[in-house]
Design a protein around this ligand. Structure first.
Ligand SMILES: NC(=O)c1ccc[n+]([C@@H]2O[C@H](COP(=O)([O-])OP(=O)(O)OC[C@H]3O[C@@H](n4cnc5c(N)ncnc54)[C@H](O)[C@@H]3O)[C@@H](O)[C@H]2O)c1
Length: 238
C-alpha cells in the first residue's frame, strides 16, 4: 500500500518503540516523515522536547521548512514510572503531566495552522491506563485519561475545520519502555491488581500493531472517524 504518498507526517517519540514503528510505516507508505525525540537522535530523528514550547515551535517550523506542510501529527512521546500514590512526588506528577498531556497539547496547537491548511489529522497515543485506570501509575493514568479527553474535545471543536483527532489506547506493548518501567515497580504491589492488565489474547502487543492502528486513523479510510479512543489491548478491558 502507498496510503501516504506526498503526505507530511510529524512523529514525536520517534527514537524508540512505537514512535519508531510509526516512522517506519509512514515512510514505507510514501510519507515524508519528520521524527522528533529528546533521546536517540541521529540524522533521521530531530532533537525535540515536547514539553518545551520553544522546542515544539522549532521542530514544527523545521518540518514545514523541510516539506512545506504538515498533514499528520502522531503524538507518541511518553514516559511512565511506577510508584505508590503516597510516595509520588510533585516532581513525578509534573513530569508525567508535562510529557504525556501537555506535550501533545503543545505539539497539536503549534501544528494546527498547518493542519487547517492541509485538512490534516492528529493521532495521540494514550493508554488503557487512561481509560480504566491502573494501580501504581496514578500520574500516568491521569495524564493519559486527560489525553483521551483532549482528543475528544479537540475532535469536536476542529471537525468544522476539517481536522480529525483520534487516539489509540494500547495495553502493554513490547518496547524499551516496558523494561525501563518494570524496574520501578514497588516490591509490595498487590498481584491481583496486575492481573487486570492481562490480555485475553495470546502474546503481547507489538509496536507494529500500534503503528498499523495509527496509520489507519491517519488514512483516508478513517475519514468518518474522529474523537475515537481505539483500544489495542488484546481484550484486556473485557
Ligand atoms: N509500551 C507500552 O506498554 C505502552 C502502553 C500504552 C501506551 N504507551 C504509550 O506509547 C507511547 C510510546 O511508548 P513506547 O512504549 O514506544 O516507549 P519508548 O520509551 O520506547 O519510547 C518513548 C519515546 O518518547 C521519547 N520522549 C520521552 N519524553 C520526551 C519528550 N519530552 N520529548 C520528546 N520525546 C520524548 C523517549 O525518548 C522515547 O524515545 C508513550 O506515549 C507511552 O505512554 C506505551
Amino acid at each position: 500500500m502507498n496510503r501516504f504518498a506526498g503526505k507530511v507526517a510529524l512523529v514525536t517519540g520517534a527514537g524508540s518503540g512505537i514512535g519508531a514503528a510509526c516512522v517506519d510505516l509512514f515512510t514505507a507508505e510514501g510519507a515524508l516523515v519528520v521524527g522528533v525525540d529528546i533521546n536517540d537522535t541521529n540524522e533521521d530523528v530531530l532533537y525535540g522536547d515536547v514539553t518545551d514550547p520553544a522546542s515544539v515551535d522549532a521542530f514544527v517550523a523545521e518540518t514545514v521548512a523541510r516539506h512545506g506542510a504538515i498533514d499528520i501529527v502522531a503524538n507518541v512521546a511518553g514516559m511512565v514510572r511506577f510508584s505508590h500514590v503516597e510516595a509520588t512526588t510533585l516532581e513525578d506528577w509534573d513530569q508525567h503531566l508535562a510529557v504525556n498531556l501537555t506535550g501533545p497539547f503543545l505539539v497539536s496547537q503549534a501544528a494546527l495552522p498547518h493542519l487547517f491548511t492541509s485538512r490534516g489529522t492528529i493521532i495521540n497515543v494514550a493508554s488503557i491506563a487512561g481509560v480504566k485506570g491502573q494501580a501504581y501509575t496514578a500520574p500516568y493514568s491521569a495524564a493519559k485519561g486527560g489525553l483521551v479527553m483532549l482528543t475528544k474535545s479537540m475532535a469536536l471543536e476542529l471537525a468544522s475545520r476539517h481536522v480529525r483527532v483520534n487516539c489509540v489506547c494500547p495495553s502493554g506493548v513490547d518496547t524499551p519502555l516496558i523494561g525501563a518501567v518494570a524496574a520501578t515497580i514497588p516490591a509490595d504491589v498487590e498481584p491481583r491488581l496486575f492481573e487486570r492488565l492481562s490480555s485475553v489474547l495470546d502474546g503481547m502487543v507489538d509496536p507494529a500493531d500500534i503503528a498499523e492502528a495509527v496509520a489507519y486513523l491517519a488514512s483516508d479510510a478513517a475519514r468518518m472517524i474522529t474523537g475515537t479512543a481505539m483500544l489495542i489491548d488484546g481484550g484486556t478491558q473485557s
